[in-house]
Structure formats: structure tokens, C-alpha cells
Design a protein around this ligand. Structure first.
Ligand SMILES: *Cc1c(COP(=O)(O)O)cnc(C)c1O
Length: 390
């Protein structure tokens, strides 16, 4: 690169694309005097349900995907200590939510190519105490839901899909999050649809969703809009010991317009993805596996594998050099058993899940945001090529 890297603006990893519509809606929300859970959350729920082809009574907005996972598992009514099989290649929130619900996480290794939980490993992990499977559609690539649902049916297990990366994902023509008992979505700042912090529960069973909605607001039978709204004050009853997980109208104000542009942003990330695929071909790094036929990839994370033996550079050295080139990169993820908490609590060692361990130690996520220009993508490509000596 001819220009001095330190002169370049920092390319923020996962920067959201915020436009005037979001800004105007947030302002209108502030001026309306109603910031909390109310009409904008209701509209966001209706829009989300319509877009995923489900009824409004099948969704409930919450303040994070972590909250969505937690209350889904509480609403599922699994007895304490039940085992939930999930992937070691995920964000800690997936496993923490299982623990907060009073359940026991069991890890099943991933497929080295798709990076998704391996159905054979799920079967091998089933015990008499297994009650649920929690697949993560990693990077936006759908898990093999035919096989996972067949395993669940055979053993009578619930399925909770972690769709934090998978808002647009489809498997054999059907949206991610609609296969299992619950699908849990994230609208965190780096995700494909953004509300700042935010999440959505999508449930097959309307009664489960209704219970999750109550659990997400202290266990109260009526939310504030239905107590203080224009229909006159209404008493509520506390019917469960719930949590404080409701989404605010201020957050939904952003989400309504983000969701309206979900396809446009997906197209842009696909363009960037294909640009990386072409430009990085032939380098001594593994690129993401091509999307599978009859599926729709969510294009959430573009991950490359930095194998020190092939690259002459460690993964962490690569990250440092990208940072020096003023490009934000990410790691998704160090495998769950690399972290001391789980090692101490469960005696887990990373070597027990060798595929997730290797991927977690080699993986780097390149920036893939719809806010990026072609020039930004070119900067990333050139930086990677220089680092790998091409
Ligand atoms: C981001 C993420 C979550 C948590 O989402 P929040 O909305 O931040 O709580 C859970 N699982 C995975 C796989 C994620 O990437």
C-alpha cells in the first residue's frame, strides 16, 4: 500500500448502516413522550412476524438474544438439570443462557467445513437426561435442520435455534428459527438487523410465546402500555417470578427501519462476500465454505483460517497486523472450553472438541458490514495480501 496506514480512518468491525429514517424515528419516539415498551415495539413485532411468515402471536421482542434464549428455555418448562446439547463454537451467551435456565450444557463438536454443529456428534452426546438441542446457525449458514429435527423427533427433544447470525437464513426454503420450538434472534450493534441492544423470540407454540412474553416483563400479566395507555389505568397481576427483558420503543424505532432494509443490506453483504471470495482465492488461507444448494446464507461473518504452518504468521499476529493497518477484525470464536469458567465448573478441556478448538485458534472474521464501500473492501483485501506476502 502506498499510503501510510496510520493516516487511514479506522475501519470499525461490524459497523451498522444507520440512515435518516432511523434517526427521524428515534427523534419522533423521544418527542412522543413514550420511550418504553409500547406501539413501536408492537409494530416491530408485527413487521418481523410478517417478514418471517409467522403470526404476530408467535413473536415477542426482548432486549437481547441472550434474554430470548434464557426465557425460551424457562418457558419450555424443562426440569432442572436437563441436558441441552449445543456447539462449542459459539458466543458464551449461548452456554450461559442454558446455565441461567438451570439446565446443563453438553457440547457436541462442529463439522470442520460448515463450522456448524455436527449431527453425528449430537447423536453421540445424547444421554437419558438430554431434553433439548440448541443449534447455532454459525456465521449465517444454516445447520442441517433435516437431520437435527429428525434426531429431536426420534428422541423427543425440544429444539431452540440460536439465530443471532441468521436473520435472513433459510434451509430448504424455510426460515431459520421456524424449525424448532423456539428461534432466538439478536439485534446487537454488529448483527444483521440492529436496534442497539435487542432480541426476538419466535415460537412455534403461541402459549409458549405468551409465557415467554410474561417472563420477559417481571411475570406481569399486562405491560406498561396496557396499564398507562389511552384505554385508562388497568391493574396487573404478577403470575410468575419473571425477568426485566423487555424491548423499548426507542430500540424498536431503529429496528423498524433496519428491518425494512434487511434485504438491501443482505445484498450488499453478499456482494462484499463474493468480492472477498474472488480476491482472496489462491492465498494460503481457508475461506468460508460456499453456501449450500437449496439454502440461503445470512452472510453474517466472513471467516478465514490463519494456520501458522501455512501462513508463516500466527492468528494473533495477523490480528495485530490488521489492527496496525487500521482494520477492525474479530474472532468468532475461541471455542467455549478455552475459557476458565467452564474449565473450572465442568472440567472441560478444548482438546475434547478438536474441530472447534482448531477453528477457534485459527479463525479471523474480516469486516463485512453493509456500511462498507468498495474502497473499504479493497483496503481489507490489500492488507490481507500484503500480510501473506502476495
Ligand atoms: C450475539 C450472539 C448472541 C447474543 O446476542 P445478544 O443480543 O448480544 O444477547 C448469542 N449467540 C450468538 C451466536 C451470538 O453471536
Amino acid at each position: 500500500m502506498s499510503s501510510d496506514a496510520s493516516q487511514q480512518p479506522f475501519l470499525v468491525f461490524g459497523a451498522p448502516r444507520i440512515e435518516e429514517d432511523e434517526i427521524a424515528e428515534v427523534e419522533a419516539c423521544l418527542r412522543s413522550g413514550w420511550l418504553g415498551t409500547g406501539p413501536r415495539v408492537a409494530q416491530f413485532e408485527r413487521d418481523f412476524a410478517a417478514w418471517r411468515g409467522v403470526r404476530s402471536s408467535q413473536v415477542a421482542a426482548v432486549n437481547s438474544c441472550t434474554a430470548a434464549l434464557h426465557v425460551s428455555m424457562v418457558a419450555a418448562g424443562l426440569e432442572p438439570g436437563s441436558e441441552v446439547i449445543t456447539t462449542p463454537l459459539t458466543f458464551c451467551a449461548t452456554v450461559n443462557a442454558i446455565l441461567h435456565a438451570g439446565l446443563t450444557p453438553v457440547l457436541a463438536d462442529v463439522d470442520p467445513v460448515t463450522q456448524n454443529i455436527d449431527p453425528d456428534a449430537i447423536e453421540a452426546a445424547i444421554t437419558p437426561r438430554t431434553r433439548a438441542i440448541l443449534p447455532v446457525h454459525f456465521a449465517g449458514r444454516p445447520c442441517d435442520m433435516d437431520r437435527i429435527m429428525a434426531i429431536a423427533d426420534k428422541h423427543g427433544l425440544m429444539v431452540i435455534e440460536d439465530c443471532a447470525h441468521a436473520i435472513e437464513t433459510e434451509f430448504h426454503g424455510r426460515p431459520a428459527g421456524t424449525f424448532g420450538d423456539f428461534g432466538c434472534f439478536s439485534f446487537y450493534v454488529t448483527k444483521n438487523v440492529v436496534t442497539g441492544e435487542g432480541g426476538m423470540i419466535l415460537g412455534r407454540d403461541e402459549e409458549h410465546v405468551a409465557r415467554a412474553r410474561i417472563l420477559a416483563l417481571h411475570g406481569m400479566s399486562k405491560d406498561a402500555w396496557h396499564r398507562f395507555g389511552d384505554k385508562g389505568y388497568k391493574h396487573y397481576q404478577v403470575v410468575e417470578c419473571g425477568f426485566k427483558y423487555n424491548m423499548m420503543d426507542l430500540q424498536a424505532a431503529i429496528g423498524i427501519h433496519q428491518l425494512a432494509r434487511v434485504e438491501q443490506n443482505w445484498q450488499r453483504r453478499r456482494e462484499l462476500w463474493q468480492r472477498y471470495d474472488h480476491a482472496l482465492e489462491g492465498l494460503p488461507i481457508d475461506l468460508p465454505a460456499p453456501p449450500e444448494a437449496q439454502t440461503r446464507h445470512g452472510y453474517h461473518l466472513y471467516t478465514v483460517m490463519i494456520d501458522e504452518a501455512r501462513c508463516g504468521l500466527s492468528r494473533d499476529g495477523f490480528l495485530d497486523a490488521m489492527n496496525a493497518a487500521r482494520i477492525g477484525a474479530g474472532v468468532h470464536y475461541l471455542s467455549v472450553p478455552e475459557h476458565p469458567y467452564y474449565q473450572q465448573r465442568f472440567g472441560w478441556r478444548p482438546e475434547q472438541w478438536p474441530q472447534a478448538m482448531r477453528l477457534g485458534r485459527q479463525t479471523v472474521s474480516l469486516p463485512l458490514s453493509p456500511a462498507m464501500s468498495d474502497g473499504d473492501a479493497e483496503r481489507v483485501v490489500q492488507a490481507v495480501k500484503v500480510l501473506l506476502g502476495r
